[in-house]
Ligand binder design. Structure first.
Ligand code: ADP
Ligand code: MG
Ligand code: ZN
Length: 626
């Protein structure tokens, strides 16, 4: 590990420069006002001269501000004089021999020197350039930091962590707010107990893990669960995102880490939560080009801090990432993030629980059945489900309804999955026909093939970028998937393509997405899952870890010869699948026609209607009861 000392000087250096600039500027502007301020076309005269002028009747008016006399003569010329501190203007002039007569003839005005106006006039010429300068500097710094609010510019080195106060009952999140994920909660219950009764563990000589790494797909509730741990334990929660450590000034990240740990130690028992830790925690030394030093320093500092505190300090560091595979191995070794908690995408039962949580403050119509919604949303994450309920509520509110219906929620599934409905997007008559046959093709194959998922809905109403779609999803979540299932999936995907060729003798751009999806399945079968007879049980592609430390440019782990064989194998799977699609559709051509015609008429077929329609043709729709 390269031992780079973070450059602590940076944060003060900048402030120092600002202060020096201000001092120089203040001196300059002071000099300026000295030179310029009194350079008006007025002359300084003595008090006796003034008195003589008054006696001679040459003075029109005298304005007194403080000790300064501004004298305006009858001929318009202006003079300035000064009087003593204590004595009044009339006394002074009398002492210099001005007669009461003449004094009465002269207009004398006393200006209020304690008023804001006076001070403003005196101070402003000096202060204004300084204020302007300060603003200018501030502006430049905000710009350099890529926008954002004002005072941030002055606090580069501070951690910026958001602290959640355990006594804030309203914002407090507990395990009850996290549906499912029972194993994860059990693991974390240990941490909660330690933070609540640390002495119990310390007395018996137990070391509680310092670091807990939450991994899992985006939206599976990692951030939520970390907050819940803090809420359960009722300790302060220091929340910072990995990317917030790194700024454009070198050394800032490391000093932020130091600051964060200092703050947390003062507040202990406490939890530090570094979200999206992959932003700073990627493996070191694989970057291409510069710009990694800062990240590495930050990571080093995290490692140093984690080594530096004792279990007796009652501090637990939690982190979350959805890319555990790219993390630096130093982060994962014992004594650092050695506990790993995996959050899975929710299964059907958990999806229902999550839906229930997010339906909590939304009035539902009595007949709403969230289990149906749950069964239609395999692959949805907690975040997806939350957004689904929200979409449904927005839809209901927009139609001035006070409650959510089942239909609102089911429609929202499609909106989240594919995009908004585009009723106004009109197909031509021929386009409508093609789409109807295309979707009917998918549906018939999904019903006819034994391993395909049942059809829940067929529609030719365009949505998102799709012209229409067939919703076929499994009854139960697939956990272990078989080769037979994948093969049938490919055939179903090719159904649209096959129909277009069969009925219209031509293909459109419509099935492009179908082709992508099915080709990808075929490729994975061959290269990942060993499902190809000719290539055998070899994984040619693991999880890609490329030399660029990211996705995109795949690393080839096989010879050109094998590559050619892979391509041949994929091509053979696709061709035989297309043949199977074609043959099956030929067998059920009458059913295909019937479904397409019905779709042209009613646009959308729900599961029941669809199953009823195909029954006379010897096809049995798959349902839960079947
Ligand atoms: P991650 O950090 O894993 O990307 P989040 O914790 O930010 O995901 O989750 C986003 C939102 O999704 C949460 O605020 C919450 O509303 C919802 N959510 C995710 N998982 C669950 C769950 N298991 N139970 C309830 N809500 C969840
Ligand atoms: Mg998160
Ligand atoms: Zn299609």
């Amino acid at each position: 590990m390269p031992d780079k000392k973070p450059m602590k000087g940076t944060r003060f250096g900048l402030l120092g420069q600002i202060i020096i600039a201000i001092i120089i500027f203040a001196a300059l502007s002071g000099l300026y006002s000295l030179l310029v301020g009194d350079k008006a076309k007025v002359t300084d005269i003595s008090l006796s001269q003034t008195a003589a002028m008054v006696n001679a009747g040459q003075v029109k008016s005298i304005v007194v501000s403080g000790n300064v006399l501004h004298i305006t003569a009858n001929d318009g010329s202006e003079d300035v004089s000064k009087k003593e501190d204590e004595s009044s203007i009339t006394d002074t002039l009398k002492n210099y021999g001005v007669t009461p007569d003449m004094l009465a003839k002269t207009s004398i005005t006393i200006e209020d020197t304690s008023g804001a106006g006076f001070w403003l006039l005196t101070v402003l010429p000096i202060a204004l350039p300084i204020i302007f300068m300060l603003f200018f500097l501030w502006f430049i710094f905000v710009q350099m930091r890529g926008g954002g609010g004002g005072m941030k510019a002055m606090s580069f080195g501070q951690s910026k962590a958001r602290v959640t106060d355990p006594d804030d009952k309203k914002k407090r999140i507990t395990f009850a707010d996290v549906a499912g994920n029972e194993e994860a909660k059990q693991e974390l219950a240990e941490i909660v107990d330690f933070l609540k009764n640390p002495q119990k563990y310390l007395d018996i000589g137990a070391k509680i893990p310092k670091g807990v790494l939450l991994t899992g797909n985006p939206g599976t509730g990692k951030t939520l669960l970390a907050r819940a741990v803090a809420g359960e334990a009722a300790v302060p929660f220091f929340h910072l995102s990995g990317s917030e450590f790194v700024e454009m000034f070198v050394g800032v990240g490391a000093s932020r880490v130091r600051d964060l740990f200092d703050q947390a130690k003062k507040a202990s028992p406490a939890i530090i939560f570094i979200d999206e830790i992959d932003a700073v925690g990627r493996s070191r030394g694989v970057g291409v080009g510069g710009g990694n030093d800062e990240r590495e320093q930050t990571l080093n500092q995290i490692l140093v801090e984690m080594d530096g505190f004792e279990p007796t300090e009652k501090l637990v560091v939690m982190a979350a990432t959805n890319r555990a595979d790219v993390l630096d191995s130093a982060l994962l070794r014992p004594g650092r993030f050695d506990r790993r908690v995996l959050l899975n995408l929710p299964d059907r039962k958990d999806r229902e629980l999550i839906l229930k949580i997010h339906a909590n403050e939304k009035p539902l119509e009595k007949n709403v059945d969230l289990s149906v919604v749950a069964s239609r949303t395999p692959g949805f994450s907690g975040a997806d489900l939350e957004s689904l309920m929200n979409e449904a509520a927005i839809f209901a509110a927009r139609h001035d309804r006070k409650t959510l219906t089942q239909k609102d929620i089911l429609d929202a599934i499609e909106k989240v999955m594919i995009g908004p409905e585009r009723k106004s997007h009109l197909h031509t008559k021929r386009e409508r026909e093609i789409v109807a046959y295309h979707e009917a093709g998918h549906a018939i194959l999904a019903t006819a093939l034994p391993h395909a998922d049942p059809v829940h809905k067929v529609t030719i109403v365009p949505r998102g970028s799709a012209g229409g779609y067939t919703m076929n999803i499994p009854l139960e979540d697939r956990k272990l998937e078989t080769k037979a299932q994948f093969l049938d999936d490919i055939v179903v995907s090719l159904g649209g393509y096959a129909v277009e060729k069969m009925i219209f003798g031509d293909v459109t751009t419509g099935p492009s997405n179908d082709l992508q999806v099915s080709t990808k399945i075929a490729r994975n079968m061959v290269t990942k899952w060993g499902m190809s007879e000719s290539l055998g049980p070899i994984a040619y592609e693991g999880t890609n870890r490329t030399m660029f430390g990211g996705e995109g440019i795949g690393q080839r782990e096989y010879s050109q010869d094998v590559e050619r064989k892979i391509d041949e194998e994929i091509s053979s799977i696709m061709k035989s699948s297309l043949q199977k699609a074609h043959d099956t559709l030929q067998t059920y051509k009458d059913a295909l026609e019937a479904v397409a015609k019905k779709l042209l008429e009613v646009e959308t077929l729900e599961q029941d209607e669809y199953n009823k329609l195909i029954k006379p043709f010897g096809l049995v729709g798959k349902t839960k009861d079947a």
